[in-house]
Design a protein around this ligand. Structure first.
Ligand code: FAD
Ligand code: MG
Ligand code: MG
Ligand code: MG
Ligand code: MG
Length: 554
């Protein structure tokens, strides 16, 4: 109490002094960050917090390194090793960062405030609700699981989204083995209990299947030799191939490795119902339904929208979208000062055809009604920054320069002397928008967006004073700053496949598979740890596993 009132007096004295001064320092703007996942923490780590008063709201007071969650499910890595306390991350940031362990349940963009509910206890009103106002809001709430309203999934399936989920899975796997070891259980019952089903053949489902398989063959079969023969792992995938966001070569490699390992792949099947001991699947081609008895099921078939995001989207008129739409600067265009990053958001890339007349006018400096190649080249860089699809289109059509693209519109004319009118210009660019790409819902994207947005916040003042930039082309968008729009840089992706093998897709169409790729995976994931503490923990977990195997106690 003394400390608090002391602070109050100091604050009062400060403000009194400020009134006498000719120009009081401007109040620091309040930045509220919702979520402490990949996007939120990347933003916070890179934000110059001396410029802002920062408040962070999240029901979990730690950051979770999600790529290692599948390893937690089988005890390859301990849960503690993949989390970093949020308050520890802010230690160095000083006192201008406050953290509240609470859940935001409503965003009110008209009052510029968020409504929150304490996750730890209640306040004096008894319900634990409170309101926090903001000047800038950064929404980084991530996504939730998506059951596609399949009956029984919520009640009977495990998910793999949070650290608690991974711990529950670990306990449940061991449970199944102990249950199947009880005497007087029929063979059929044993087979059922030891049937592990993974629904969804994306990277998470595949990696979990691989972990589970390693856990079984490296550790559990030694401990439960009597029931080894009854164990089965099945992946149910509605598409024709697993890992369909990866290069085809990787999907093929993974499928044949799983076949050798005895992991069953049921591709082309959709789960339509889950009960406590069986899963109903429907063959997509024949329409035939089958009952699959199981002991444990993990649902990893897609991500869904959090209710608070759905509510916010309907408030700002974004209707029934899956994710909150932002412009290329990651701002929610319908409201003032609200930004969204990571899995809860998606960028709407502006189409070039919507702005084509404006672009033509800006480029046509001499007002001749036609563009020369030089006039086009003068604005080309700005065009490519504002509309990355132009570059992607030219690349996909193997075009060397803009003249190739324009010539397609004006027919066979000499490059240097060609001139185009507005109709020809429109025609030449008419297919470009087909190359608009959406960024995937990954940690890589979330982290890059957080970093980019913090950079924008750090430079805001400077940019207000220097408003030139690629926006002069269209005059729309952010108006008064000169940031380049966010551009995702894909650094590749990994798929650990078990048995010390992994597959990787790296920039430049480079695919690598096998044991050496697993070592690359170890080193990259060790280096990506957020702190030396977690890095040491993770590496020592790996070492411990190599030497002693996994811990199979529940
Ligand atoms: P999250 O990281 O999910 O963070 C959301 C945050 O919001 C959390 O802190 C949460 O507690 C908080 N929150 C939730 N609700 C509220 C609320 N109402 N109020 C306040 N705060 C709230 N991506 C890769 O690139 N590579 C991989 O190898 C990879 N492996 C993965 C493995 C698994 C098992 C999973 C589940 C995901 C994996 N991903 C991977 C995807 C990656 O984790 C996500 O894309 C990433 O976490 C998205 O970051 P985010 O900040 O948007 O959301
Ligand atoms: Mg986040
Ligand atoms: Mg996270
Ligand atoms: Mg996103
Ligand atoms: Mg001209």
């Amino acid at each position: 109490l003394t400390a608090a009132s002391g602070g109050g007096i100091v604050a009062y004295a400060d403000s009194a002094r400020a009134e006498e001064a000719p120009e009081p320092p401007p109040r620091k703007k309040k930045v509220v960050v919702l979520g402490t996942g990949w996007a939120g923490t990347s933003f916070l780590k890179n934000l110059d917090s001396s410029r802002y008063e920062v408040k962070v709201i999240s029901p979990r007071n730690y950051f979770a390194f999600t790529p290692l969650l599948p390893s937690v499910t089988c005890g390859t890595v301990e849960a503690r090793s993949v989390v970093e306390p949020i308050r520890r991350m802010f230690e160095k940031k000083g006192k201008d960062v406050a953290y509240y362990e609470a859940e935001c349940f409503k965003i009110d963009p008209t009052k510029k405030a968020v409504h929150c509910r304490s996750a730890v206890g209640t306040n004096l009103d008894g319900n634990g609700d409170f309101m926090v106002d903001y000047d800038y809001l950064v929404v980084a709430l991530g996504a939730t699981v998506n059951t596609f309203n399949t009956p029984g999934v919520m009640e009977h399936c495990h998910f793999l989204k949070e650290v608690e989920d991974a711990q529950k899975i670990r306990k449940s796997v061991i449970d199944c083995f102990e249950r199947a070891s009880i005497p007087n259980i029929s063979e059929e019952e044993k087979r059922k209990i030891l049937h592990f089903v993974i629904i969804g053949g994306g990277p998470t489902g595949v990696e979990f299947a691989a972990e589970l398989h390693d856990f079984l063959v490296e550790d559990l079969v030694k401990l439960y030799p009597a029931i080894e023969q009854f164990v089965k792992i099945t992946i149910i995938q509605s598409g024709e191939h697993i890992l369909n966001t990866f290069d085809q070569r990787i999907a093929v490699f993974a499928e044949s490795k799983f076949q050798r390992d005895g992991i069953e792949l049921s591709t082309g099947f959709r789960v339509i119902k889950v009960s406590d001991d069986s899963i109903t699947v429907k063959c997509k081609s024949s329409g035939v339904e089958t009952l699959v008895p199981y002991g444990m099921a993990v649902w990893s078939a897609g991500i869904g929208t959090r209710p608070v995001i759905t509510d916010f989207m309907s408030q700002v008129g974004q209707g029934k979208r899956r994710a909150l739409a932002t412009n290329e600067w990651l701002r929610v265009p319908e409201c003032d000062s609200v930004y969204a990053i990571g899995d809860c958001s998606s960028i709407s890339q502006r189409k070039i055809m919507e702005d084509i007349s404006t672009i033509f006018k800006v480029a046509d400096k001499d007002n001749s009604g036609t563009l020369t190649l030089k006039e086009i080249n003068d604005v080309l860089e700005d065009i490519c920054i504002r509309y990355p699809q132009v570059e992607l289109y030219m690349k996909s059509m193997h075009m060397v320069d803009i003249a190739d693209l324009i010539k397609g519109g004006v027919g066979d004319s000499n490059k240097e002397s060609m001139v185009v009118n507005i109709e020809e210009f429109k025609k030449a660019l008419s297919h470009v928008d087909s190359q608009v790409k959406t960024v995937p819902a990954t940690a890589q994207v979330a982290a890059q967006q957080g970093y980019y947005l913090a950079d924008c916040f750090n430079k805001k003042d400077h940019c207000v004073e220097h408003p030139e930039g690629p926006l002069r082309l269209t005059g729309s968008g952010e108006g008064h700053h000169n940031f380049r729009p966010f551009r995702y840089k894909h650094l590749g992706q990994f798929a650990p496949l078990g048995g010390e093998q992994a597959a990787a897709e790296l920039p430049g169409d480079w695919v690598s598979m096998g044991h050496s790729t697993q070592w690359l995976w170890y080193s990259i994931y060790a280096s990506k740890q957020v702190s030396w503490r977690t890095r040491v923990l993770v590496v020592s977990d790996w070492t411990r596993r190599f030497i002693f195997g996994r811990d199979s106690s529940r």
